[in-house]
Design a protein around this ligand. Structure first.
Ligand code: HEM
Length: 236
């Protein structure tokens, strides 16, 4: 393979893969970046929404204080707080009130907070209402669902983006909401965390699997091209 052809091949693959937009040293353990204007999208639990809006509960949900709904997801915005690879807490205003059975079912989830710990995160919620068993609940900062961030996180252009990360109900979430057992799958959750500009460059880019795969392909192609070159020169 001739030099220009090799260069074109490499350029093609790097172009397809997309180089990470920020390469920098990792944050020191415990360091955090301020976060402003964070967004979060979550459907809560699809089967629960079906139950509420269907003929059994004959209910509805009402969003307030900045939360919005567009089928099939609730959205929160203007989240503030901090992010670190092993720590951080980002809080949103906004609530969702689920009602049904002529008012017997009336549960509100509010004030979501994302708390980070490596490849896991926790979604905390304030939960008020009545469980299916009739117990009254009024709990702040409930560790509601655990979020599996592995393979769902990308860092680019100063923003951490998590797309469709699986969530599972915690023991505390099961106690506060009722009906569903610990470990129950809730809807996948997505969020964006714009980092403070003065701090963003210090965060190590979180590699997406696609970037890793593409890098390996480029390295293998370079190695193959080098072998071909050496063999041809020896023959010549
Ligand atoms: C008049 C009182 C109630 C009646 C008659 C009732 C009835 C039912 C029925 C029949 C189901 C099964 C639905 C299905 O399999 O599709 C169900 C599910 C459920 N109910 Fe109720 N319920 C009542 C009150 C409540 C209350 C107060 C809550 C509190 C949040 C609640 C939460 C749930 C939940 C979480 C499910 C599971 C929905 C799913 O994911 O499939 N219910 N209920």
């Amino acid at each position: 393979m001739k030099g220009p052809a090799l260069a074109a091949l490499v350029a093609l693959f790097v172009g397809i893969a997309g180089a990470p937009s920020a390469a920098a040293a990792p944050l020191a353990a415990g360091d955090t970046c301020a976060v402003d204007a964070a967004t979060m999208i979550w459907g809560f639990k699809e089967s629960f929404r079906s139950y509420i809006s269907g003929t059994i509960a004959n209910g509805e949900w009402t969003v307030a204080d900045g939360a919005t709904y567009a089928t099939p997801d609730f959205s929160w915005s203007a989240g503030k707080g901090s992010y670190g690879q092993q720590s951080g807490l980002v809080a949103f205003d906004g609530s969702v009130e689920f009602t049904g059975h002529g008012g017997i079912l009336d549960t509100t989830i509010a004030h979501p907070q994302l708390r980070f710990d490596g490849n896991k995160a926790m979604l905390l919620l304030d939960v008020t209402g009545t469980t299916q068993d009739g117990a009254t609940v009024d709990s702040r900062d409930v560790e509601f669902v655990e979020i599996d961030l592995g393979g769902h996180t990308v860092y680019a252009d100063g923003t951490i983006t998590v797309t469709a990360a699986p969530t599972t109900l915690t023991a505390a979430g099961a106690a506060a909401f009722g009906t569903y057992p610990e470990g129950e799958a809730f809807d996948a959750l997505s969020f964006t965390l714009p980092l403070d500009a003065t701090c963003a460059d210090a965060v190590a880019p979180v590699s997406s699997p696609w970037w890793i795969i593409s890098s390996v392909v480029v390295v293998l192609l370079l190695a193959a091209a080098a072998v071909v070159l050496v063999v041809r020169r020896r023959r010549a």
